[in-house]
Design a protein around this ligand. Structure first.
Ligand code: SAM
Length: 324
């Protein structure tokens, strides 16, 4: 396993979109009451006094929808200024991005991932439950104009819903320096939809793009588990995240911190998680918290996503609640 130096931080477990792959068929889970969320000050303490001393250098803010939090720009400013924080990124649905792109950039953010599952406003509405395609597109254009690079677009590919749009989404990279990532649909969140539709494996999409455009291997900053390529003569890149068809546990360099303070060693497994907020609010010394995280890092090597089956009822959260 590589050195674990990447923490994904969920700022909030609420989201005002209802993405069909994320929201369970029987409705959205109740979000944490606001006092349960880690505060701006607690997040800074954890990053500065616990994670950076343990060698963490890369941080991503996510949710839920991180731009729903009123203090997100302030949190970005504080974290970006911390010595040791080398890479700070944020994942958003883009809905509130247009007016916030400039303040986020000024606060020190340089990397953004935006979910955009369709170029068709009707399909977008079908997937997200919101008639907001133009608003998100405006947010993407605002972020590009401000200078975010690489600007990444996340696409969850669902058979019969948006899989036919993969070539058009990939073609966005032909004359823009953007990075479009195709993510295999996982049975986490809406398992009913997953049961009905299934998923498309990255190899099929890659072949399709190879046949239509020609593909060459490429790299992209912060590509993580993505396999990255460039369409022939394209300015940007395309990536494939293949967590269903491929196991990349041996490349996993990350931990996840939920908005309510649970640190988990693996996306698909809640075994071994620790609630850092309880320790923090109980007045625990950062050194003790470092020891707790170090122990969890040691245990991570032994926690494989396939153990999820054995985790049984401990597997209780959607991506919105874990932090996607
Ligand atoms: N609200 C932000 C957004 O929309 O990007 C951040 C949170 S969202 C949970 C983060 C990512 O989780 C999305 O880009 C989506 O790709 C991913 N996601 C959620 N449920 C998923 C599922 N069942 N399969 C694959 N990806 C999923």
């Amino acid at each position: 396993m590589p050195f674990v130096d990447y923490l994904r931080i969920s700022l909030i477990d609420r989201c005002h979109y209802r993405c069909t792959y994320c929201v369970p068929a029987d409705g959205v889970e109740p979000a944490s009451p606001l006092p349960e969320l880690l505060t701006h000050g607690e997040l800074v303490t954890l990053v500065r006094d616990v994670f950076v001393p343990l060698g963490f250098r890369k941080f991503r803010l996510t949710g839920g929808e991180p731009l729903l939090r009123a203090d997100t720009v302030d949190i970005v400013r504080s974290l970006a200024a911390l010595p040791g924080v080398q890479d700070l990124a944020l994942t958003t649905n883009g809905d509130r991005l247009a007016p916030l792109a400039e303040p986020l950039y000024q606060a020190g953010l340089r990397r953004l991932n935006i979910s955009l599952d369709s170029l068709n406003p009707d399909t977008f509405q079908k997937i997200t439950g919101r008639d907001r395609w133009q608003r998100v597109w405006n947010g993407i254009l605002a972020a590009a104009a401000v200078g975010f690079a690489p600007l990444k677009l996340n696409v969850v590919v669902i058979p019969g819903i948006n899989d036919q749009e993969v070539p058009a989404l990939a073609a966005l990279t032909l004359d823009r320096p953007w990075h479009v990532r195709f993510i295999e649909f996982m049975p986490i969140g809406n398992e009913t939809l997953f049961g009905e539709k299934g998923w498309v494996d990255s190899a099929t999409l890659r072949q399709q793009l190879q046949d239509q455009f020609g593909l060459e291997p490429a790299t992209c900053q912060g590509n993580g588990p993505a396999d990255v390529f460039r369409l022939r003569d394209a300015q940007g890149t395309v990536g494939f995240i293949s967590q269903m068809s491929e196991c990349f546990c041996d490349r996993c360099n990350r931990l996840r911190l939920s908005a309510d303070g649970w640190l988990r060693p693996c996306l698909l497994n809640e075994v071994g998680q620790q609630n850092l907020k309880t320790w923090l609010r109980g007045g625990a010394d950062p050194i003790l918290l470092q020891a707790t995280v170090a122990q969890l890092l040691q245990d991570k090597t032994n926690i494989h996503f396939k153990d999820r089956e054995r985790g049984g009822d401990r597997y209780t959260r959607t991506m919105a609640r874990i932090g996607g």
